[in-house]
Ligand binder design. Structure first.
Ligand code: ADP
Ligand code: MG
Length: 730
């Protein structure tokens, strides 16, 4: 720890205290959420320009994407014939003049007055033979007041600060304010120790702060960014480790009667797990055996398991789920499997009860001291009377395995002795649900926190997983069962080709196979989507797929009706299932070999991958056709190209992360100040690993920070209030 100003100190000084902050600027800062010197200094530049490398106006060619630094010469706001607002601006640098136009941005006339110096970032097009730039991104550098005093650090590299669109502060204003804040801070306390900085090759905080705001050259920026990004990731990892330690300290777990070597076919041949694995009509993959072993170690320990299992579509997660549940049942506990939909719950019920029908369980209450292992389905569509009987069995402990949706965790279902919960296809099983689960277990006779296994086929890149699920253990099924033929994926771009697709569907069906057709995504309510799916079903039935046995499934149908259609498809009474994305996850009909996705450009990568995973589940060659014509956007083309190129879910997830950024993966889990600002998950994998390693070293078993007071202080200051309350309650 070094001498200097701490974050807490800086956050206690309000921006009013800066002599460069006029009342107008103070209120503009506050409007932007910047209250203290800490807020101000942690308001990083969005980008930089190097004056010596700036494009000259004279050189900008039509069709080129350029950023020019220029001064406003003339502004004329007008209206187009259609009554739209049009602001025409003439800008110039030393080399030439350029016309810039803004449609429907009347406020630009106020922002860009004569003499304003700004960056204009856009594409040069041509209008009546003249070059012009339309609706560029604008960063105002110096407003009309033209003050450049007090901020002459470097002429060459200019930081561009994020600005709110309509007025407020210019980038130059920020530069001046930050210059003063840096000067008056003098030195920054660093929460990292000298040895840690050396070990990870990181700048100290003071140097990083100076270089991020006032680099002498562009080369100085990246090392500074790395250090400050490290801080963001490190705080996140510390919070996750602390949370984990805390959960373990408060935990009341069950030590299940399971021997981890069973998964390898060792020791207890008579155990349920080994009996189950040898009863399968295929060999478990070595990945399945390994993961079952990892889970068994957790189950046998007295701490509750919190494990996330990632396995690509078709990797055989269900086998792992069953083995996990059997381990609990072996010791006299109950297990629950929760599926995201009732249709999937039903499918799991059918599959699992068939696989476990010969299992016999010791029970002194029964004549002969044994009974059959009891597997039950409990969903909203089970008739009330039957539901009551099942609920009694669950409460009394006669039911060993319950399959249903998340409604199983509601307060009106009480378990006799809940030992294990498996959650299928739901990686967003959040903190609240985990709390409900704990409650459910503690209410039951077991009086303890059930072990939890969360399964997902949504591959999560490792770095993102470390952020979003740093408090979970991680297992990966990284091997596909033998004998699968890779799915052939074809992106179909024209209507002529479409015809070939339907031909292919007919051939496969003539061969005894089955197919899915996924309807275009439609905007609007479920009802609108359902109507359009019904229309597509009618259309295909009387045209392309006339004469085949078609089934329809969409979200507006009653669960019993969906289940009936699914059952008919499974029994091969239906050849082609026309559906909305309700079939996205988990549906398992190995005889289906063709997946046609209409208007595929509108789906995301993960969704397409999930949908494609509905086929290729047997030994036969399977096909996936992505229909997407001319109007496909550039991003969509990247997505479809990626799907065509690989069936590797993890590779696709990396591409997705690149295309969409981390926000979509992290969802709303990380809010507030703990938001990642400089850190980029797709790029900062190494920083993340370093941050995690250091967090693991520092956070003790007791959930303390080992006397690192400054770290504790920064965490408390930067975490969002809920997390902070959770972690720092005494
Ligand atoms: P997912 O991981 O997508 O949930 P499933 O558990 O539904 O995958 O398994 C997909 C299919 O593969 C099922 O039909 C299942 O019976 C079969 N399967 C699972 N494990 C193996 C294996 N080791 N060898 C052959 N087939 C397997
Ligand atoms: Mg599954």
């Amino acid at each position: 720890m070094s001498e200097g100003r701490s974050l807490r100190y800086l956050s206690a000084i309000e921006v009013e205290h800066l002599s460069t902050a006029s009342p107008r600027k103070v209120s503009a800062l506050k409007a932007a959420g910047i209250e203290s010197i800490f807020d101000l200094l942690w308001h990083y530049p969005r980008r930089y320009i190097d004056r010596s490398r700036q494009a000259d106006v004279a050189d900008a060619l039509t069709g080129e994407k350029v950023v020019v630094l220029a001064t406003v010469q003339r502004v004329s706001p007008r209206r187009t014939k259609q009554g739209r607002s049009l602001v025409e601006v003439e800008v110039a640098d030393a080399t030439g003049v350029l016309r810039v136009v803004f449609f429907n941005q009347a406020w630009r006339a106020k922002q860009l007055r004569f003499g304003t110096e700004a960056l204009f970032d856009g594409t040069i097009d041509s209008f009546r033979g003249e070059r012009q730039m339309t609706n560029p991104v604008v960063d105002v550098l110096v407003g009309t007041e033209g003050q450049r005093s007090g901020y002459q650090k470097t002429d060459r590299v200019i930081p561009i600060y994020p600005q709110s669109a309509k007025g407020g502060l210019t980038s130059w204003n920020y530069g001046v304010l930050i210059e003063e804040a840096l000067r008056r801070t003098v030195a920054f306390a660093d929460p990292l120790e000298e040895t840690e900085l050396d070990r990870f090759d990181l700048l100290d905080r003071g140097n990083a702060m100076r270089a991020i705001h006032q680099p002498e050259s562009l080369e100085e920026v990246e090392p500074a960014r790395r250090r400050l990004a490290f801080d963001e990731l490190f705080r996140l990892q510390l919070a996750l480790r602390l949370r984990r330690a805390q959960l373990q300290r408060d935990a009341r777990g069950i030590a299940h009667r399971v021997d981890p070597s069973e998964a390898q076919g060792g020791a207890h041949q008579e155990s349920f797990v080994s009996q189950f694995l040898s009863s399968l009509d295929f060999e478990p993959t070595s990945a399945q055996r390994r993961v079952i072993g990892e889970i068994a170690v957790d189950l046998a320990s007295g701490l509750p398991m919190n494990r996330l299992l990632q396995g690509d579509v078709g990797s055989g997660k269900t086998v792992v789920a069953i083995a996990t549940m059997l381990a609990a049942v072996q010791g006299g506990h109950q297990a629950a499997l929760m599926a995201p939909t009732e249709v999937l719950a039903e499918q799991h019920y059918l599959g699992i009860s068939a696989l476990l029908q010969d299992f016999v369980i010791k029970d002194d209450q029964h004549l002969g001291g044994t009974r059959s292992l009891d597997v039950r389905l409990l969903t909203g569509s089970v008739p009330v009377a039957k539901r009551r009987v099942i609920a009694e069995g669950i409460a009394g402990g006669d039911v060993d395995i319950v399959i249903g949706t998340q409604a199983l965790l509601s307060a009106d279902v009480s378990f006799g002795d809940l030992g294990v919960v498996v959650v299928d296809e739901q990686h967003r099983f959040g903190v609240e649900q985990r709390a409900a689960l704990r409650e459910s277990g503690r209410r039951s006779r077991a009086g303890a926190d059930p072990d939890l296994l969360i399964m997902t086929a949504t591959p999560i890149p490792r770095t993102a997983a470390m952020v979003a699920f740093g408090d979970l253990e991680m297992s990966v099924l990284d091997e596909m069962p033998q004998g699968r033929t890779p799915i052939v994926t074809h992106w179909v771009r024209t209507e002529m080709e479409d015809l070939g697709v339907w031909e292919r569907v007919r051939e496969e069906i003539a061969d005894g196979r089955q197919a899915y057709v996924v309807c275009p995504l439609v905007e609007g309510s479920d009802r609108v989507a359902a109507r359009s799916a019904s229309e597509e079903f009618e259309r295909l039935g009387s045209h392309e797929l006339a004469g085949l046995r078609l089934g329809l499934m969409h979200g507006q149908m009653k669960t019993v009706d969906k289940e009936a259609v699914m059952a008919a498809f499974r029994k091969h009474e239906i050849d082609v299932l026309v559906a909305t994305t309700v079939i996205e996850v988990g549906v398992d009909v190995p005889n289906a070999t063709v997946m046609v996705i209409e208007d595929a450009g509108r789906f995301g990568i993960a969704q397409l991958h999930q949908l494609r995973g509905r086929v290729g589940r047997g030994a036969k060659q399977s096909y996936c056709f992505l229909l997407a014509g001319q109007e496909t956007s550039a991003d969509a083309k990247t997505r479809l190209g990626a799907l065509e190129a690989t069936t590797d879910g993890f590779a696709l997830a990396e591409i997705d992360l690149d295309l969409r950024g981390e926000g979509t993966i992290l969802g709303s889990r990380q809010k507030g100040r703990s938001d990642l600002n400089l850190a980029k998950l797709s790029r900062d994998q190494d920083l993340m690993e370093m941050a995690r390693a250091l967090a693991i070293e520092i956070v003790g078993e007791d959930g303390s920070l080992g006397g690192r007071q400054q770290l504790a202080d920064e965490l408390e200051l930067t975490l969002d209030p809920d997390d902070a309350a959770f972690l720092f309650k005494s």
